[in-house]
Design a protein around this ligand. Structure first.
Ligand code: 5GP
Length: 137
């Protein structure tokens, strides 16, 4: 079954498409978190970030920059959030890889809440540091 974004790609459902090439498309999110909220989406339906080939991810980053530059000159936001939700627990609802480009006009038009554990013990940092560093080497 096609994802909703494949249906948009194939023009089976309408969208406000702003950019397309062989690998990537960009269209306005139906829920405008802020003015200009745009989705950068792969043409192929890779289900999430971890399952997307590097060349496609790199191109999605380049197109994100292009879209942010255009939004900057059009609407002069104060900044942007570039967001990828990976997995249901992280808020992913469409399992077809995409980045959210969210222009920010004030400090409080969007909220992302972190709940940091300020009391993380040193041994935990050491354990994570050693495991992750070695997994990456
Ligand atoms: P996720 O929750 O997976 O990170 O983001 C999915 C995004 O897709 C949501 O922000 C949602 O508003 C957007 N979306 C879902 N259905 C449609 C649609 O039919 N058209 C457009 N333009 N955006 C959609």
């Amino acid at each position: 079954m096609k994802t909703i974004f494949e249906k948009i790609r194939d023009k089976e459902i309408p969208s406000y498409m702003v950019y397309e090439d062989d690998l990537v498309m960009a269209f306005l999110d139906i829920t405008q978190a802020t003015k200009g909220h745009t989705l950068i989406v792969s043409k192929e339906p890779y289900k999430d970030y971890l399952n997307t080939p590097d060349d496609v991810l790199k191109h999605m980053a380049v197109v994100s920059k292009k879209v942010m530059a255009a939004l900057s000159s059009l609407y002069q936001p104060l900044g942007f959030n570039v967001l990828n939700n990976l997995g249901e627990a992280a808020g992913q609802t469409v399992f077809h890889v995409h980045f959210h480009i969210i222009p920010r006009y004030t400090n409080h038009d969007v909220t992302f809440e972190f709940h940091p554990k300020t009391s993380t013990p040193k041994e935990t940092f050491i354990e994570i540091h050693q495991s992750l560093k070695s997994a990456l080497s």
